[in-house]
Design a protein around this ligand. Structure first.
Ligand code: DX5
Ligand code: ZN
Length: 230
């Protein structure tokens, strides 16, 4: 942490650009335009079951891996993450949803399944991320704080880009931080220049932005503003 002129504290906030709504053919130019502000490329993988929408995750990943130098942040919104992991060899972060490893009777984490998925992610050389939907309680994650590198708090219902951030989700970010999690806290959905400061104040250290970045009037400036807020 660096202290700037007294009260302004610069945190090392990372920005992950969600390419969900970027045309594959324009990917390279859109990333190039933002290269100084982007830390990761966020790839949303949707199976049409866990979320109503479907994306060609593997193609998006392959395309980004071949042509881009940024680290790849893979967000699996799929019902059976264990079946998809090997497609994302070379990712820096692979995040799966906690809702996909809950025991249907107890609604507690099925630790065997959790461990299997996380060890496969580590075997692929990636950081382990776990995501929670807006209506899933963050207290569920207490048992896995030490087993993951990153917690992704969904700040909208997963499935689509361009939605508005749900304010109550930021309380979850705060609770996760207060409960002692000291890994990366990533927020995803509705992050813009306007909402980023609140997310950072709550404790987010990594921001995912799609619409707020690529559809901004001045994307590079928007990205910088998101990261530089206190
Ligand atoms: C939503 C995805 C997000 C989405 C973010 O299910 O996980 O990554 O693309 O898009 P914006 O920033 O437009 O809300
Ligand atoms: Zn995402």
């Amino acid at each position: 942490m660096v202290v700037l002129g007294g009260d302004k504290v610069a945190k090392n906030i990372k920005l992950s650009a969600s390419i969900l709504n970027v045309k594959q053919m324009e990917l390279h130019s859109r990333i190039a335009e933002l290269k100084e502000v982007i830390d990761y490329i966020h790839i949303d993988v949707m199976d049409g079951i866990f979320v109503p929408n479907k994306t060609p995750g593997i193609d998006m990943f392959k395309n980004a891996k071949r042509f881009e130098t940024k680290q790849l942040d893979v967000h699996l919104m799929v019902d059976e993450p264990e079946r998809e992991l090997s497609n994302y060899d070379g990712a820096d972060i692979i995040t799966f949803h906690i809702e996909t490893v809950l025991d249907s009777k107890t609604m507690m984490i099925n630790m065997k399944k959790f461990e299997e998925i996380s060890s496969e992610i580590r075997r692929l050389g990636a950081k382990v991320g776990v995501a929670i939907k807006p209506n899933t309680t963050e207290s569920l994650l207490r048992n896995v704080f030490r087993k993951v590198d990153l917690i992704l708090v969904m700040t909208v219902e997963p499935g689509y880009g361009g939605q508005k951030l749900i304010p109550k989700t930021l309380a979850k970010v705060e609770n996760i931080k207060k409960a002692g999690f000291n890994g990366i806290i990533e927020v995803d959905g509705g992050i813009t220049e306007e909402t980023a400061p609140d997310a950072i104040t709550a404790g987010a250290t990594m921001l995912v932005a799609g619409t707020g970045l690529f559809d901004a009037e001045f994307p590079l400036e928007a990205g910088k503003a998101m990261k530089n807020n206190k």
